[in-house]
Design a protein around this ligand. Structure first.
Ligand SMILES: Cc1cc2nc3c(=O)[nH]c(=O)nc-3n(C[C@H](O)[C@H](O)[C@H](O)COP(=O)(O)O)c2cc1C
Length: 333
């Protein structure tokens, strides 16, 4: 069982925080597909403190998404504590997560994200400040290290625990690796053995079997899934089902995929308005369409469309075409 502070998750499967993806529209879908915990996309501590309207909107949590973890990032103590306080007192989130993994230069150059991985003392200091400022559990998501010469995952996790952090999620890659190479799961086991707080393993869980493998070989308390869930919330459901029963649930049909893609789009429209949502949905639709035969034409089409109804008819025309081709093939046999 995965338990963070007093919060008990109903299973060990966690949706990873993903900027530009994990807003309430997709998080709710992930929840409906069974995720034990969903993580929100990162929000800047300074933007929260400065009451940036767009960032404050990103703190909205629907009751149905709970338990949910809201992630903040930043480089200095005062703003980190203040932003944590806002998440603690003014939002519906259950957990406050601190980002120590983001590799992109825009974030690391202001001494935030993965930059801290070089310095367990700084981690201790930042986590302590946040923990003291709030009542909700504080957790950290980090990469295993900065580069191959600086893999301080164990020391950093111990610093998080000593500072009062209630869990740590570890992505088995260095900052230098970005998303290259394969994630190192051995380090997850080392971290798990070195601390008493729950450890959530992350990196390259692409199938339900991978999830079981990670849990079995490393002993981590939870498994965090990112890219494999893009346009594929079935990955969450199928993983939970596999962990519970040892059986693989079937893949969704093309029509089911498009039905969920449309639910996603309608929720995004409610959240951001049709214009923005339709543009944002282009990348999501491409993910939902992944693996479906001949999807490049419909993807190109959607990239030119501006209204919900146009996108819907394009997607459903594509599925109708796929289904009639399948029927023809079946009757020819
Ligand atoms: C589009 C995208 C956005 C991401 N945004 C965040 C973020 O906001 N905060 C964070 O801690 N990690 C972020 N990550 C990293 C993921 O949470 C995760 O650690 C990484 O994708 C590895 O897991 P995976 O192999 O299951 O995808 C992001 C990853 C992707 C692909």
């Amino acid at each position: 069982m995965l338990k963070i502070g007093d919060i008990k998750m109903k299973n060990q499967v966690v949706l990873a925080p993903m900027a530009g993806v994990c807003n309430p529209a997709f998080r709710l879908i992930a929840k409906e597909f069974g995720a034990g915990l969903v993580c929100a996309e990162m929000v800047s501590d300074k933007a929260i403190v400065n009451k940036n309207e767009k960032s404050l909107k990103m703190l909205y949590v629907d009751e149905r998404e709970k338990p949910l973890s809201l992630q903040i990032f930043g480089g200095d103590k005062e703003t980190m504590a203040e932003a944590a306080r806002v998440v603690d007192q003014q939002t519906n989130a259950d957990i406050i997560d601190i980002n120590m993994g983001c590799p992109v230069p825009k974030i690391t150059k202001c001494d935030a994200g993965a930059k801290w991985l070089l310095n367990p003392d700084k981690i201790y200091e930042m986590v302590s400040v946040a923990v003291k400022a709030v009542e909700k559990p504080v957790t950290v998501k980090m990469r295993m290290g900065w580069d191959d010469e600086n893999i301080l995952a164990v020391e950093n996790a111990q610093a998080i625990e000593a500072a009062g952090g209630k869990a740590v999620a570890v992505h088995g890659r260095t900052r230098l690796q970005m998303y290259e190479g394969t994630a190192n799961w051995d380090i997850l086991k080392e971290v798990k053995e070195a601390v008493n707080i729950p450890v959530i393993g992350n990196g390259d869980v692409k199938t339900p079997q991978d999830a079981k493998n990670m849990l079995d070989t490393t002993g981590v308390d939870g498994v965090m899934i990112g890219r494999a869930a893009l346009g594929n919330p079935w990955m969450l459901y199928r993983t939970i089902h596999y962990l519970e029963t040892g059986e693989l649930a079937p893949d969704p049909s093309p029509r089911e995929k498009i039905d969920v893609c449309m639910i996603h789009m309608d929720r995004l429209i409610n959240l951001k308005g049709e214009d923005v949502a339709v543009r944002e949905m282009r990348k999501h639709a491409a993910w939902y369409l992944k693996g479906l035969r001949g999807n490049n034409k419909v993807r190109d089409q959607i990239n030119q469309l501006h209204t919900r109804d146009e996108v819907a008819s394009s997607l459903y025309n594509f599925v109708d075409g796929l289904e009639s081709a399948q029927k023809e093939k079946a009757s020819a046999v």
